[in-house]
Design a binder for this molecule. Structure first.
Ligand SMILES: NC(=O)c1ccc[n+]([C@@H]2O[C@H](COP(=O)([O-])OP(=O)(O)OC[C@H]3O[C@@H](n4cnc5c(N)ncnc54)[C@H](OP(=O)(O)O)[C@@H]3O)[C@@H](O)[C@H]2O)c1
Length: 276
């Protein structure tokens, strides 16, 4: 039987590093630590080596399509599939950033939504039966949803929204920030929040698409790791990276045939509200 493999994006530091550490301890197979910067990735592998943990490294910048293809080819050639995919890579502007809001919108959505979607589209064909996908979103997606107009809320929680429609809405938000009309068009004043609405809704759509295709027990969920002490939060988060890894790893290790969570948004290992 082929060796099982788990892949974690953006895992040279922060929550992703914690996820790799936990998977090295609990997942029966190889764990691939990925990073856009190979030096940072190799250093992270070495650090875990000192703990007696031995992830393998592969470069991955999710905003670089060729880099995603190279990872896919490596996984195809070495493992002929994927058993666990944790889409953790993400960015956030600091509250004090002076970058124009339209730039924050474009850059945040490019990485958090469009690049994550691209990685999924390239890697999903490799998912084996019983594969688990854990998309690291944020509770901020719930707060941002609450601040959307009723019309957008209705689309984001609907069960008939397609990925094309979702991507169109994400692009409409970017364009609206450029026009300075995002508020009157019913969008919230948070680029990160809208990007994470995208990640949450993307995950729900992905499960429905998998089910329609008749995929064999492939389970996809979105989650929030909690408020974690990382560079992203300027180390203000209360949870350690190992605590932050718990929910993403819980979703990565869901047992065969699990009925719930499945195509849902999860916080603290429990299904959380995604509704108007
Ligand atoms: N920390 C929190 O409290 C919190 C709360 C809710 C959700 N989240 C989510 O949890 C995830 C991890 O956050 P974190 O707090 O651990 O942040 P972090 O410490 O800033 O780490 C982010 C990781 O993503 C990587 N990354 C960024 N852009 C990438 C790209 N284009 N391709 C590949 N990797 C990329 C970073 O690589 P570099 O080192 O090269 O920058 C880094 O490894 C994110 O999706 C974040 O939105 C975090």
């Amino acid at each position: 039987m082929a060796t099982k493999v788990a892949v974690v994006t953006g895992s040279n530091k922060g929550v992703g590093f914690g996820i790799v550490r936990a998977l090295c301890k609990n997942f029966k197979g190889d764990v691939i630590l990925t990073a856009r910067n190979p030096e940072l990735g190799q250093a992270a592998v070495q650090e875990l080596g000192k703990e007696g943990l031995h992830p393998k490294f592969h470069q991955l910048d999710i905003t670089d399509h060729a880099s995603i293809i190279a990872l896919r080819d490596f996984l195809q050639n070495t493992y002929q599939g994927i058993d666990v995919l944790v889409n953790n890579a993400g960015i956030a502007y600091k509250a004090a950033s002076t970058a124009p809001f339209s730039e924050q919108a474009e850059v945040s959505l490019k990485t958090n939504y469009f690049a994550t979607l691209d990685a999924c589209e390239v890697l999903f064909p490799l998912l084996r039966p019983h594969a688990r996908v854990s998309n690291v979103s944020s509770m901020v997606s719930q707060f941002a949803l609450a601040k959307c107009s009723d019309a957008w809320k209705a689309r984001f929680v609907s069960t008939d929204i397609t990925m094309d429609e979702l991507s169109d809405i994400m692009n409409k938000f970017i364009q609206a920030t450029k026009n300075g009309t995002h508020k009157e068009e019913g969008f919230p004043e948070t680029a990160y929040g809208v990007s994470k609405i995208g990640v949450t809704v993307m995950s729900l759509i992905q499960q429905r698409e998998m089910d329609k295709k008749g995929a064999d027990d492939i389970v996809i969920n979105a989650c929030c790791p909690g408020y974690v002490d990382t560079d992203m939060t300027s180390h203000k988060g209360k949870l350690t990276i190992d605590e932050g890894a718990e929910t993403p790893v819980f979703l990565a290790m869901l047992p065969p045939g699990v009925k719930e969570p499945r195509g849902q948004f999860v916080r603290e290992k429990a299904v959380a509200d995604w509704k108007m």
